[in-house]
Design a protein around this ligand. Structure first.
Ligand code: IPD
Ligand code: CA
Ligand code: CA
Length: 258
């Protein structure tokens, strides 16, 4: 394993331990509201602090962008961290959330980890070296017809500005595929596309820390991830469509006009 990926994995596993240990506290966790339907717990903050400390010990000069503490300026290496993706699930004891950590060098994604601490599933990728789930190589699903596909999505629950256009796309997608899941962690949704558990995923209005690690893992698993126009701007505009090449094309023709 590349030494940088190794540090990312260590950071993700340590954060996973912090999160799972807190589950014993049975709801006695401080929660603050950031915006409408957008929450942060003391565990998000503790996990993020620990991840940053792990990175800082190994790479004191690297830049960091982390959901809860923002930008920490440094050199051309940029870590992008979501310490707990799926906070709403976590708060409600719905056991589906993850830690997402990506590393870019001069704007290019180089390493990625998404760790599900409940199932102890570690999704990793290094650019050019493929994607793995624990010790096994993963590939995106190979289905060719949308009618055979299980899709994942995320609802625009924080701001209702895009709700109408989202629902138009949803209404067009629904009758054309086998099923649609909304599991509540965009990072895990992307990891599941990489592992072929979901055949495709789309969501609007995400943040770079929701997407960065999943984007590299999907690409290294042979998949395609783009913005809603089929372009590369997804880390900036927060809109993503991901699948294998064939299904991605079909998804784009359904979602883009909506
Ligand atoms: C959220 C989750 C959710 C997605 C939201 C994200 P958070 O991340 O990924 O599935 O629909 O848009 O913000 O706030 O739990 O880290
Ligand atoms: Ca997130
Ligand atoms: Ca988060």
């Amino acid at each position: 394993m590349h030494p940088t990926l190794n540090i990312a994995v260590t950071a993700a596993r340590r954060a996973g331990d912090i999160i799972t240990r807190s589950l014993d506290r049975n709801g006695r966790i401080a929660v603050q509201q950031k915006h409408m339907n957008d929450f942060v717990t003391e565990i998000d903050q503790l996990a993020e602090k620990d991840i940053i400390a792990t990175i800082r010990r190994a790479y004191p000069t690297h830049s960091i962008l982390a959901e809860e503490s923002g930008r920490h300026r440094g050199d051309d290496h940029q870590w992008i961290i979501d310490p707990l993706d799926g906070t709403t699930n976590f708060i409600h004891g719905f056991p589906h959330f993850a830690i997402s950590i990506a590393v870019q060098y001069r704007g290019q994604l180089e390493h990625a980890v998404i760790y599900d601490p409940i199932r102890q599933e570690l999704f990793t990728a290094t650019r050019g070296a493929g994607a793995k789930l624990n010790d096994y190589r993963i590939r995106v699903g190979q289905r060719k017809q949308l009618s055979e596909c299980l899709m994942g999505t995320g609802f625009p629950y924080r701001s209702h500005e895009h709700l109408a256009s989202y629902l138009r796309g949803f209404a067009m997608m629904m009758p054309q595929c086998t099923g649609i899941r909304r599991a509540g962690s965009a990072a895990l949704d992307l990891a599941y596309v990489a592992a072929g558990r979901l055949d495709g995923f789309w969501e609007m209005d995400l943040h770079p820390w929701d997407i960065a690690a999943g984007a590299l893992i999907i690409k290294e698993a042979g998949g395609i991830i783009t913005d809603l126009h089929g372009g590369e701007n997804y880390l900036k505009d927060g809109n993503v469509i991901a699948a294998n090449a064939k299904i991605h094309k079909e998804m784009l023709t359904i979602i883009k006009p909506a």
